[in-house]
Design a protein around this ligand. Structure first.
Ligand code: FAS
Ligand code: PHB
Length: 390
């Protein structure tokens, strides 16, 4: 097989890049190791920056998002038994976020690939990039027992944190930055009316909690749990009892509980690999960086990588200009690190750290007090949450 851009990974990063390039006549072959059903079974992000939404529309797959997604002009932060609203729209001159599940977004991207008859190969095993340091890189993989080779001009590593792309970069050329948090998020999806029309981020001495949603009939809830916990430790009744304990009394009283249709624990980790390029290989999304989900930056950081890589490849193929490709890593990382900062700040502000000193706890409390006493501080939170410019 031969194409312009070989893409490893059929999650949001790989699919969005493939869709955008194809609409400009640039050929791609996307290799995904799992089945489409498996990819679509993963419950992950829920909040899209306005920049991400704009990219989805540019990729010709934004119609259902605009129809079914919910525009949110604010979020709540609950502390000390009360909740205070952060007016995202008012503080950012009119910007908002769209609440629309990553599962649905990924489904829309797959449908877009189907409509354009894009080449997406599922259950591609042992995908391996070769000759990254040459102008003729290629990919090999196995499918139905056959070995296949894909010759391409460039390779986009969109294969997530556990993928093969980053591991294909010689270790001596890679700098890695990591922070592992001493807790995780236990997430539950339930077919119940959400307790609040806007997200509630709650900080409590028992731990962090988040009330989110997917639709008027589908709620998404999270609580901070020790890393030693497992899903089996948390039957539904115990989960909802603990969630309510961490929320203001009026919110807890209004909560409609119901059986979980999905329950999982995600450890919280921050990670960045530099550079995001090695020869003809370009990393995008979770393949290069991970953030704790507190600031809803993970999926949105992937979108800005895709934006920069898409325009860099466009400039190469349409104008013979490689300045975008040469500047990709530096440009993408500049925004990635701002997303890391915001995620670190939200996580430090709202979670209970087991080893925190009394001084640390007072600093958390005064940070919250200062936040709600200062329009400038609230505006800083808001501009990061709706998404900094690409
Ligand atoms: P993805 O990991 O989504 O996709 C990578 C794809 O590559 C996968 O389909 C994988 O099967 C495939 N792949 C891997 N290795 C391969 C190989 N060797 N060959 C071929 N294919 C290969 N972000 C938020 O903003 N908010 C959240 O609440 C949130 N919750 C999350 C919960 C969990 C459990 C996880 C893991 C992540 C969460 N994230 C959240 C972050 C998440 O949304 C990511 O940012 C997003 O999935 C990034 O998309 P991709 O870069 O496409 O990576
Ligand atoms: C979600 O709805 O899954 C969600 C929303 C906001 C976050 C994290 C997760 O910060």
């Amino acid at each position: 097989m031969k194409t312009e851009v070989g893409i490893i990974g059929g999650g949001p990063s790989g699919l969005l890049l493939a869709q955008l390039l194809h609409r400009q006549g640039i050929g791609t072959v996307l290799l995904e190791k799992h089945t489409r059903e498996y990819v679509l079974s993963r419950i992950r992000a829920g909040v899209l920056e306005h920049g991400f939404a704009k990219l989805m529309r540019e990729a010709g797959v934004g119609e259902r998002m605009d129809r079914e997604g919910q525009i949110h002009d604010g979020i709540f932060i609950a502390h000390g038994g009360v909740r205070e609203r952060v007016d995202l729209k008012g503080l950012t001159g009119g910007n908002s976020v769209i609440v629309y599940g990553q599962t649905e977004l990924t489904r829309d991207l797959y449908d877009g690939r189907d409509r354009m008859q894009g080449t997406v190969i599922h259950e591609a095993q042992d995908v391996t990039p070769h000759d990254l340091d040459t102008p003729r890189p290629y990919l090999t993989f196995r499918k139905d027992g056959e070995s296949v080779r894909v010759d391409c001009d460039f390779i986009a590593g969109c294969d997530g944190f556990h993928g093969v792309s980053r591991r294909s970069i010689p270790p001596e050329r890679l700098s890695e930055y990591e922070r592992v948090y001493p807790f995780g998020w236990l997430g539950v999806l339930s077919r119940t009316p959400p307790v609040s029309p806007e997200l509630i981020y709650a900080t409590h001495e028992r731990g962090f909690a988040l009330c989110s949603l997917r639709s008027p009939t589908l709620s998404r809830y999270y609580i901070q749990v020790p890393l030693s916990d497992s899903v089996d430790d948390w039957p539904d009744e115990r989960f909802f009892d603990e969630l309510k304990r961490r929320l203001p009394p009026d919110v807890a009283a209004a909560m409609v509980t119901g059986p979980s249709i999905e329950k999982s624990i995600a450890p919280l980790r921050a990670y960045v690999a530099e550079p995001m390029r090695h020869g003809r290989l370009f990393l995008a999304g979770d393949a290069a960086h991970i953030v704790p989900p507190t600031g809803a930056r993970g999926l949105n950081s992937a979108a800005s990588d895709v934006y920069y890589l898409y325009h860099a490849l466009l400039d190469h193929y349409q104008r013979g200009d490689d300045s975008g490709l040469d500047g990709y890593s530096e440009r993408a990382l500049a925004r990635v690190w701002k997303g890391q900062r915001f995620s670190w700040w939200m996580t430090s502000l709202l979670h209970r750290f087991p080893d925190a000193s009394p001084y640390d706890r007072r600093m958390q409390a005064i940070e919250l007090t200062y936040l709600f006493s200062s329009r400038a501080a609230l505006a800083s939170l808001a501009e990061n949450y709706v998404g900094l410019p690409f």
